[in-house]
Design a protein around this ligand. Structure first.
Ligand code: GLN
Length: 468
């Protein structure tokens, strides 16, 4: 196919003026629609008309199609965070990452399916889509940025999707769908215009087919933003310079925590161990380490994330955004009616859990304790980074499960599945999930974590593995 190029090949041709955008975007629309019928991965698909095509004239991402998680606000296109309560909300502004993409000539071709507000691991906690894994439609694509994982893996034209991660929502769908997901350092990419899940954890990052594709996009969305006071005071850089063309990892120290191999599918473990052996054969020194706090990560995360989420959700009351009902009765009853009707069961569970965790009398026991654990996790990881360039392990302990298997899991079972991707999110460190073998055609993901603001390191290691 003439458009089966990598992002960098496409951009090279695009800059030279060799792309017929009308023809290209006709192909993009046809393929996107075809895949959406099969995998239901888009909440909204704007029409890319001739007028838009005519605006493609310059920029470092000239004419590149981009999809974005539904929680990322896009001017004039519904942005509902996968939530029925926000159906019909059309932002009058662009999130900073979107305006940066547009400024460089990228085109937003769709808003991707997700668990409502990011609450989930399987993309099932939403009334808006029934997203399916492109490798096997009886299985989940992962969550919460499931639609972005599908888009990255299934669309056969040059394209990158913007996902969002609070506790692994970029890594998980990348791992389950067979794509590369880059979750940057907390603060590296502006959160302005993101419909919040948990503000102290949320990160926006790209999911694509290769490390080079995601590195290209990160280069254009990273960097301080006056609209987000938590964005790191550091200019962006060209992350593609870290691509390891020679697949040489001499002198790279990689830590493998033994706790990352507990409660793991044996075949997933075998593939990840083979991947680590491959890193060693490329010259890396492999050091076994212990991250004892791994055992407490999930409990701490679900206290902190739900505490923050429950306050963020207070604004959805049928008054300002999205859905509303006929206004009658006392305002408390009205809010109750709207919230009972439109929130999913999982959102209700998290509102209750989060409100409880920060209530007077319980705050010390739950929320503050969780915050202490978070500090210990950061300290423990920083200690490992003193002698190591990266930490490597499985992204998820299983391959993408079947929907029928998920039906049998309790909420706690599902939360526990997130443990490994939660660790770097709590610590605010960057991580990359890259494909590392398959089991019966179902992809497995390896995660590579580095210290704060060291995205270059994980790009270097991930691309070495890809190029070997
Ligand atoms: N599965 C995790 C949760 O449900 C992570 C979600 C996310 O990163 N947005 O909270």
């Amino acid at each position: 196919m003439k458009y089966r190029q990598s992002v960098s090949e496409f951009l090279k041709e695009s800059k030279k003026g060799n792309i017929d955008y009308s023809d290209f975007y006709a192909y993009v629309a046809e393929q996107t629609e075809k895949n959406n019928k099969k995998f239901d991965f888009l909440v909204t698909m704007p029409d890319i008309d001739e007028k838009t095509i005519k605006t493609i004239s310059k920029g470092n991402l000239k004419g590149l199609p981009i999809t974005a998680k539904d929680a990322i606000c896009t001017k004039g296109i519904q942005s509902s965070a996968g939530a029925e309560i926000l159906k019909g909300y059309i932002p009058p502004f662009d999130a900073t990452c979107i305006s940066r993409i547009k400024k460089e000539g990228g085109i937003i071709i769709g808003k991707t399916a997700q668990d409502e507000f990011g609450f989930g691991t399987f993309c099932i906690n939403t009334a808006l889509n029934k997203a399916k894994n492109p490798n096997d439609i009886s299985r989940s694509p992962g969550g919460s940025s499931g639609g972005s994982g599908i888009a990255a893996a299934a669309l056969d034209f040059p394209h990158v999707s913007l996902g969002e991660s609070t506790g692994g929502s970029i890594s998980c769908p990348a791992s389950f769908c067979g794509a590369v997901g880059l979750t940057p350092t907390y603060g590296r990419v502006s959160r302005y215009g993101l419909i919040d899940y948990a503000n102290s954890l949320d990160k926006i990052g790209p999911i694509g087919k290769t490390t080079e594709d995601v590195a290209t996009i990160l280069s254009h969305i990273a960097g301080q933003d006056p609209m987000d006071s938590t964005s790191a005071p550091k200019k962006s850089e060209d992350y593609t310079k870290y691509i390891n063309k020679d697949a040489n990892l001499k002198g790279t120290n990689i830590a493998v925590p033994k706790e990352f191999f507990k409660d793991l599918d044996a075949k997933v473990e075998k593939n990840i161990r083979d991947g680590i052996a491959q890193l060693e054969s490329l010259g890396a020194n492999i050091n076994e380490v212990s991250l004892k706090m791994t055992d407490y990560a999930t409990a701490a995360y679900y206290m902190i994330a739900t505490a923050e989420a429950s306050t963020n959700l207070a604004k959805y009351s049928g008054m300002r955004y999205g859905q509303s009902e006929k206004i009658e009765d006392h305002f408390d009853e009205y809010f109750q009616k709207v919230r009972s009707k439109y929130f999913t069961e999982e959102s209700k569970r998290r509102i209750l859990l989060g409100t409880f965790a920060r209530m007077e009398g319980y705050r010390d026991q739950y929320y503050l304790k969780a915050m202490k654990i978070r500090t210990l996790i950061i300290e423990e990881m920083n200690k490992v980074f003193k002698n190591n360039d990266a930490i490597v392990g499985p992204t998820m302990p299983i391959i993408a499960p079947k929907f029928t298997e998920i039906d049998k899991l309790s909420a706690i079972d599902i939360y526990t599945i997130d443990t490994l991707s939660i660790m770097p999110n709590l610590a605010g460190t960057p991580m990359l999930s890259i494909p590392c073998g398959t089991i019966n055609n179902m992809p497995i993901g390896m995660q590579i974590i580095s210290s704060h603001l060291n995205e270059g390191r994980i790009i270097n290691i991930g691309s070495a593995l890809e190029n070997s």
